[in-house]
Design a protein. Structure first.
Length: 275
């Protein structure tokens, strides 16, 4: 079993410009899930949506080609892919000759699927499609508008409360104040969070304090979102719940985990202003 401390994170590495799939470093999801009480039969489904902005290769004539990458790693895959290894892997295409963008996409999809242990969907957008990409913000009621006092900066699920005696609501709440830290390097990870639920009304002040309580927490993006999902599910007891986070990019990559326990279309992957 590989562990984060064995990954390239926080270490000096050699950057290769020739295709090398061995650079991808997989980390099993199971240990982190066990630590937050995720049962063996997952109470959610969804995906980790990766966007890569630093992908380039050479065509048959040696001319550089560029594209934007989106990879959808299913939430039920046994492994996550460590982000620095992903960056190094994409960098290994820099001096690699490929016939066209579809050849690059097919190769990347194959390698990511092998690392994740499940089929990964990969899409490339070439320069002709760049102008059609749009910025957008997460839909929902912004809880950041609330003027609160707090001094809790380590995750505390007891901050989450719902009015169990009241009629259920169908509500979407949003915060841009999510911050966690890389568990290996300690570098900050900044994100926006969208919570859609059906159930007893969630106390918005408590929810905002809870989101802020992640400020000194160490965890990978995927693990943080699953922890948030599990805490809301246990503490607030919604019948339907979806949690979606969009993290700002680092090393030319952003990671956007989405978890839900009811049928929803996948998020449209629109980039937020901070991304």
């Amino acid at each position: 079993m590989t562990t984060p401390d064995q990954s390239p994170l926080g270490k000096e590495v050699a950057y290769t410009e020739q295709y090398d799939p061995s650079l991808l470093f997989a980390i099993a999801r199971a240990p982190a899930r066990a630590a937050i009480g995720v049962p063996d039969v997952l109470p959610f489904f969804g995906a980790d949506i990766w966007n890569g902005y630093e992908l380039s290769w050479l065509n048959d004539k040696g001319k550089p080609q560029i594209a934007l990458l989106t990879a959808m790693v299913p939430a039920d895959s046994p492994n996550i892919i460590e982000s620095k290894s992903f960056k190094l892997y994409l960098g290994s295409f820099a001096q690699t000759k490929l016939a066209n963008a579809d050849a690059a996409r097919s190769l990347i999809q194959q390698d990511l699927s092998e690392a994740a242990g499940a089929p990964v969907q990969v899409r490339l957008v070439e320069p002709g499609g760049f102008a059609r990409l749009e910025l957008d913000e997460l839909d929902g009621l912004l809880v950041d508008r609330l003027d609160i006092d707090t001094d809790i900066y380590s995750p505390d699920a007891t901050l989450l409360k719902a009015a169990q005696g009241e009629a259920p609501v169908d509500e979407t709440l949003v915060s841009n104040l999510l911050k966690s830290n890389c568990p290996v390097t300690g570098q900050p990870d900044w994100g926006s969070l969208q919570i859609r639920y059906v159930g007893p009304p969630i106390d918005q002040e408590g929810l905002l304090k809870y989101v802020i309580s992640y400020r000194r927490h160490t965890g990978f993006h995927e693990q943080c979102v699953e922890g948030i999902f599990m805490d809301i599910l246990r503490q607030c007891q919604p019948t339907q719940l979806a949690v979606y986070a969009r993290y700002t990019r680092r090393g030319g990559l952003d990671i956007n985990p989405f978890r839900t326990n009811f049928t929803l279309p996948m998020p449209d992957n629109a980039r937020t202003a901070r991304q």
